[in-house]
Structures are given as C-alpha cells and as structure tokens.
Design a protein around this ligand. Structure first.
Ligand SMILES: O=C(c1ccc(-c2ccco2)nc1O)N(Cc1ccccn1)C1CC1
Length: 408
C-alpha cells in the first residue's frame, strides 16, 4: 500500500475512533459493601460526526493529496445571505432555523456578543412588534436546561433576558444539534421596536456567554469541531445582500491577499490593534488603535484625535450634540477613510460615500459613520468599517486566534 494512502488511512482511522459519538454508558446495578459505582456518561456529541471526516480531509491536504469529492462534502461548511435591515445599513439579518419542525427567524449575527437569543412565547405581547417567536413546546427536539437563565446588557443601553433550551439550530445548511437557544422572557424597547429582527446570534468568544450557572457555547463554537477549517467570514455590503460563511474562505469574495493580525480575546471579543489611519489621500498617520471587530455595532467608533482629523477635512462638518455626534452637509462628497491592518502596510479603505449614514434627524445635516468611541472603553470597528472588507474570524487554525482583512 503506497505510503501516502497508508498515512491517509491512519489519519482517517484514529480520529474517527476518537471522535465517534460513543454510546451513553452509565454504570448501574447494585453496589455491594466496599464497592462504589461511578456513573460514566460520555455526552453523545452529535456534532462529533464531523471529527473523523475533518481529520481525514486535513490529512489529504497535509500530504498534498486532493480530498475525494465525497470527503469534501462530508466536512461541514455553511453559507448564509445577510441583508441590511434598513436604508442606513443599521444592522444586518440572516435566516436561521430552530427546532423540529423548523421555526424560521431573522437574526442579527453579532461578533460583539456571545448569546444566541430569540423572541419567544415567553416574551410578553406588549414587548413584541411582529417578530417571529420561538415556541419550545412546538419543537420535538427542544429540551429546557432547567435552572439555567440568561441576562445581557448591550453597550447601547439595550438588554434582554430569559430561560434556556437546547435545540437544533441550522444556519446556511450547517446544523448544530444541542445548541443553547436563549428564549427571551423580556426585551428592552429598542429590540421591541426593531420588528425586522427576531434576536441575535452571538459570534464573539463563548467566555462572555451570559447563561448562568452553566455558561454555554456560541453556534460557531458548537459546530467548530466539524468545520473543514475553524473559521467564519463576514462579507457585509452597503444596501445589498452579503454573506456569512462558516468553515471555509471563499477566494472569489475578495481582491488581493488577506492580511492577518493577532486577536486578543481576553475580554471575549475579537480584539485587534490597527496600525493607524489615513484621511483621503493625506499622509498615513501611524497610531496604534486597539479595538474590536463588531458586526453588531452600526458605526465606526474611534478615538477623538482620529475623529477630529477626519471631520476637520470636511467643510461645515460639526459636532452636533442635538444629533448625537458629528454631522455633515448631506450633499457633501466625503473623503475616504483608511485604517491599517497587520505589519505589512496593508490598509482597508472605506469610500467616502459610506461615511454618510443619511439624515441626522436634525436640520438638513447627515450623520457621520465615524463617531467618537469616547467613554466606551474600547474602539469599535462596526459595520461602517466591516462592509468595506472581507473579514476572516479565525479562531485558531494556527493556535492563536486571528483576524484576516482583505479589500473587495
Ligand atoms: O454592545 C456591546 C456589548 C455586547 C455584549 C456585551 C456583553 C456583556 C456580557 C456579555 O456580552 N456587552 C456589550 O457592551 N458592545 C458594543 C458597544 C456599542 C456601544 C457602546 C458600547 N459597546 C460591545 C462589543 C463592545
């Protein structure tokens, strides 16, 4: 047997044995004097199915072999379209199915938080506004996690809380069995009024999931062992459908190369340090700007010196407290804004047209997409920045989590 296929076979056999979902085995029977029974139950990890296939797939790559089509198909990948909820690209929703039979939802994928929560039959009717609701009793695969609850407060002052179930969650053809589904028994006004959004899919690190007393994993962490590669990508667009992919990098979705930069996940976020910024075609300003990649925040929130440098180049821009921040005349063509990523001089450039978020609600001015991160405690590269890039959220195919940035 040629060495290559032997190596592949070895690679295939081992993980399949390790990863196979062993039957629940629980020691039982009478316990005599001096005897003790130890209950051993290996959790049936229905997401384990992919372990062996992924190891076999990677073994092919490792030895430079082309994985057979059947094997490529066996390693999990997912792809889902995400769409702006309004004309200001305020947030982006994507379709998610939960339960058996499937209950459909439009959820906001949020790399700035780590709870998958949905409006539910527990949400008081006066806190609902047409949202789809999750009804666990109508799902044959729903199991309440007894004694567990969740409660989250977001930086914009919004909040929600409730009870916890495990159920089947499918996103873009990728199924997470036994995913923690957080059913809202209350939501704050801003969630009630956003009728297009039925809840959130948290894609930050599971270390900040709020379920108590037993913290739960994000959808990404649940399916990660079965993915061809432990990554997901965000490709958000201005007033057009974009894509979240899980388990693979679509090389047709970006131009040039992907520049990777290390992630600091000590706070549970996709934290990184940008190398500086550039207003229009002015000189690049070297300045370490530490922040997070947050698909759940609309704006680009950066330090005051950066914000002032940008708007001082815009005639009649003003910091209008009645509008809640910097505004520009709506008919002004705005300069591009670029930020540096990685240590090879790479930059992501946000076209000036995307730096205008439309009428500010005060006079005939328009609200700027770049605002001060002020007292937040972190800089936030939200949708205004992310929609100018193809972003790889890599949880550590190289051990260390990293962010990949490419233009498109
Ligand atoms: O909204 C949040 C946010 C998300 C999740 C959590 C959290 C606490 C516990 C688990 O998750 N806490 C937040 O605050 N932003 C964005 C933001 C926007 C505006 C002002 C402050 N911040 C977090 C990612 C930075």
């Amino acid at each position: 047997m040629p060495a290559l296929s032997k190596a592949l076979l070895a690679a295939a056999v081992a993980p399949a044995a390790i990863g196979a979902a062993l039957p629940r085995s629980v020691a039982s029977g009478n316990v005599g004097p001096g005897m003790s029974s130890i209950k051993t139950a290996r959790k049936v990890d229905s997401n384990a199915a992919g372990h062996g296939a992924r190891a076999f797939y990677n073994a092919h790559l490792k030895f430079g072999a082309t994985p057979p089509d059947a094997l490529v198909a066996a390693v999990a990948k997912g792809s889902v379209v995400t769409t702006p909820i309004n004309s200001e690209d305020e947030a982006y929703d994507a379709p998610v199915s939960i339960g058996t039979p499937a209950q459909p939802f439009n959820l906001d994928f949020d790399t700035g938080s780590s709870d998958l929560w949905v409006f539910s039959s527990l949400t008081p009717s006066n806190e609902r506004n047409g949202q789809n609701i999750y009804t666990a009793s109508r799902s044959s695969t729903a199991k309440q996690l007894s004694g567990e609850s969740w409660k989250i407060s977001y930086g914009d002052g919004s909040s929600s809380s409730g009870l916890v179930y495990s159920d089947v969650v499918t996103i873009g053809g990728l199924t997470a069995a036994g995913q923690a589904v957080e059913a809202a028994s209350r939501v704050s006004q801003s969630f009630t009024s956003e009728s297009a959004t039925d809840g959130l899919v948290g894609l930050a690190f599971s270390s900040i999931n709020t379920v108590s007393p037993d913290q739960q994993t994000t959808f990404f962490d649940t399916v990660k062992p079965s993915l061809a590669s432990p990554v997901f990508t965000a490709d958000l667009k201005h007033q057009a459908p974009g894509t979240y992919n899980f388990g693979f990098i679509d090389k047709s979705a970006f131009t040039g190369s992907i520049t990777y930069t290390p992630v600091d996940n000590s706070q549970g976020f996709w934290g990184f340090t940008s190398t500086g910024f550039q207003v229009g075609n002015n000189d690049f300003q070297q300045e370490s700007i530490t922040g997070i990649a947050d698909t759940g925040t609309t704006l680009l929130l950066l330090p005051d010196d950066v914000v002032n440098a940008y708007y001082s180049s815009v005639n009649n821009a003003q910091n209008d407290q009645s509008a809640g921040g910097f505004t520009v005349p709506c008919d002004t063509s705005l300069p591009d804004f670029s930020f540096g990523v990685g240590n090879n001089g790479a930059m992501i450039t946000i076209p000036g047209s995307l730096m205008n978020l439309g009428p500010s609600g005060s006079g005939n001015s328009c609200f700027g997409g770049l605002q001060s991160s002020g007292t937040i405690g972190t800089n936030i590269f939200g949708d205004v920045a992310l929609k100018a890039a193809f972003v790889v959220f890599d949880s550590g195919s190289q051990g260390q989590p990293q962010l990949g940035w490419a233009s498109k």
